[in-house]
Design a protein around this ligand. Sequence first.
Ligand code: MN
Ligand code: MN
Ligand code: MN
Length: 273
Amino acid sequence: MHADLHTHTTASDGQLTPAELINRASAAGVEMLAITDHDTVAGIQSIYDRAPPSVRLIPGLELSAIWRNAGVHVVGLNIDLDNTVLSQGIKQQQRARAKRAEDIARKLEHAGFKGVLDGARKHAGNDCAGRPHFAQFLVHSGQVKDFKTAFKKHLGRGKAGDIKNCWASLEDVIGWISAAGGAAVLAHPAKYKMTNMRLEELCKAFVAAGGHAIEVISGAQDAALTDKLARLASRHGLLASCGSDFHQPGQPWAELGQAPTLPSSCRPVWEYW
Ligand code: MN
Ligand code: MN
Ligand code: MN
């Protein structure tokens, strides 16, 4: 199964519309595609009923959550888009995201940047600007030289724009996804830069809260990491998911449908549905 189960569209911080994403996936030979925008199902919802038959579409989303003061992401796969528990959760996250945008803007303005909130909102197309939208604004307005610098100096982990205490708890977001019949997947476990011991604890908490799977594959990664995450999944009895975390064409570490395949030792997450 050629599956890409973690992708973004213009409904959050991706560059392609849902239709463009599906075309690109189908051209790349992807057979099963999940659209997993940040804290919204607007993208998948807009296309779900009229998607071309070339790709099996899995409705999903990526929820930001907080676990022991760390920001973690949980992908929900094969969710019921009309579930009211999940819809309420999404509304709560969107209010948090809008408030967070104001907080990030205040901090950046305090650091001397100008026109930040309006600028980032323009890039987002709504009030729920995320850090990539702030980065885009800072670069486009000539206040920071490039995207990478914007994250490294102002928006990345531990910097002024790194505000994460607004998100729902890990337990809550897993509960919303489960209520909607979906599989809750711990996204990109290596991205949190946790020690092995803390990652074990996160997996334990994730399982205890009712989580189903972890991403054994997230974009381009080396075989040693794949092996480590496959063993982590099996130790905790978790299914394995795989995705590019595609945001835009030309990101070499995250091209659509180009992530390595799941090791045969793993039980794929699609066993869940
Ligand atoms: Mn993103
Ligand atoms: Mn993520
Ligand atoms: Mn993502």
